[in-house]
Design a protein around this ligand. Structure first.
Ligand code: ADP
Length: 419
């Protein structure tokens, strides 16, 4: 079998996963170490425990002796502060934790550029400022950066993708002055490299996992960027629709597109820009109003050649950001037909229309024309819905190479292999 040359590590909300890939990009090894309880999700010691467990399992099943490099992705916007020895101080603020100090959010709003992804109630920068102010001399890290430190990186470093929500300026490639005006202590942020750039060697830290000392640690990325790369999408116009609890659209672009009012911002990854938007519609509405256990039976009764014409906008509660920006946007789920299969079809039609509108919105804001769609998440399992969507979008629907973020992160490493 082919030998492993790159490893990607994904630290998510359910645990750690690691993928080993060959020079051709084939997955030659995979291991997972789930969190034993939800409390582990916000506990750095548990993060490291599960990552080591997972790498140990990977190394036991697959020879890692030829691995040239590894990288880590983790939840985007999760931050912690560490002392000079890399020990976490003052706890973790997760990607969805509100900043404990609302004044920081206001200060960011008053000094940041209007399109900055660091603005808003869910600001990653606000969490970072709060933690870095708890004690003098702390360095602020993202979740993935801390794992890289635990794997032997000598100085704290991060990647552009994780740094984006912390206020990093991709155009000038530096931490902008305004984040210090917002309250971030100067000198408390890690150096930033492009996702995939080599940062250092693993050295003796790799031995327990069977990784050679020469194995490089590369700058990682966010879980969202990694999931996109995992699918194999990457040409300009390639899109990935995630049909999970919510609906998330991502599109490869040859230039950045930013529109804060729609929650749209662009990551730089490999040679392109990853532009995305997230709607509140999605499978959560199906789960609440129909129930997951009935979806398969009702799918068999769908009749996509006879549209219901009900023009639904499926939401669980009022409020939408993308593709329409309206905090009071009303759900449209009436009239409800007597037949649940028709009700289900109307919801799928509504979500299909929202997906189409989403890609149109990205285009009207300057993104490239849609060329292909890959689909991930629970909704990808519905072939009739896929047909409805393919008809509406009018482009090729391609299979996802992998739905494992760890595979996407490994592909970042592969892309930087020395010849
Ligand atoms: P999450 O975003 O929570 O990780 P998943 O990717 O696991 O979600 O997708 C789960 C969602 O997919 C649920 O909301 C469920 O209703 C929806 N789903 C599952 N199977 C189907 C199906 N056959 N057709 C449409 N939606 C589905």
């Amino acid at each position: 079998s082919e030998s492993a040359v790159a490893v990607g590590i994904d630290l998510g909300t359910s645990g750690a996963r690691a993928a080993a890939v060959s020079a051709k990009g084939d997955v030659v090894g995979f291991a997972a170490a789930p969190f034993a309880s939800p409390s582990e999700m916000a506990n750095p010691a548990a993060w490291w425990h599960r990552v080591s467990e997972c790498l140990t399992a990977l190394g036991a099943a697959t020879s890692l002796s030829g691995v040239e490099g590894l990288a880590v992705d983790a939840t985007s916007g999760t931050v912690l502060a560490v002392d000079e020895r890399g020990e976490p101080q003052g706890g973790v603020l997760m990607y969805n934790d509100p900043c404990p100090d609302a004044g920081i959010i206001d200060r960011i709003a008053s000094v940041s550029p209007p399109d900055s992804p660091a603005r808003g109630a869910n600001s990653g920068l606000a969490r970072a400022i709060h933690l870095s102010g708890l004690a003098p001399g702390l360095t602020l890290l993202h979740q993935a950066d801390w794992i890289a430190l635990k794997l032997g990186l000598e100085t704290p470093m991060t990647d552009e993708n994780n740094a984006l929500k912390t206020g990093y300026d991709l155009a000038t490639e530096r931490w902008p002055d305004w984040i210090f005006d917002a309250g971030m202590p100067v000198g408390h942020l890690p150096q930033v490299r492009r996702a995939g750039d080599p940062l250092g060697k693993i050295g003796a830290f790799g031995v327990p996992f069977g990784l050679p000392e020469t194995c490089r640690i590369h700058a990682g990325t966010t879980d969202g960027c990694a999931s996109f790369l995992a699918t194999g999408a990457g040409r300009i116009g390639d899109a990935v629709t995630a049909l999970g609890s919510t609906m998330v659209l991502k599109l490869a672009s040859n230039h950045p597109v930013n529109a804060a009012e729609y929650g749209i911002y662009a990551h730089r990854v490999l040679g392109f820009w990853l532009v995305g938007g997230a709607s509140n519609t999605g499978g959560a509405v199906l789960r609440a109003l129909i129930g997951d256990e009935r979806l398969q039976e009702l799918t068999a009764q769908l009749d996509p050649d006879r549209p219901t014409g009900l023009d639904y906008y499926p939401l669980l509660k009022p409020g939408e950001r993308f593709p329409v920006n309206d905090p009071a946007h009303q759900p449209r789920l009436t009239p409800r037909p007597a037949d649940d299969a028709v009700f289900f079809q109307a919801m799928l039609e509504g979500m299909t229309a929202i997906e189409s509108l989403g890609y149109e919105r990205l285009r009207s804001l300057g993104a490239p024309t849609l060329q292909s769609v890959r689909t991930v998440g629970g909704g990808a399992r519905n072939p009739i819905w896929s047909r409805m969507r393919q008809r509406a979008l009018g482009v090729d629907f391609l299979p996802a190479r992998s739905v494992e973020a760890a595979v996407g992160t490994a592909s970042l490493v592969l892309a930087r292999r020395s010849a």
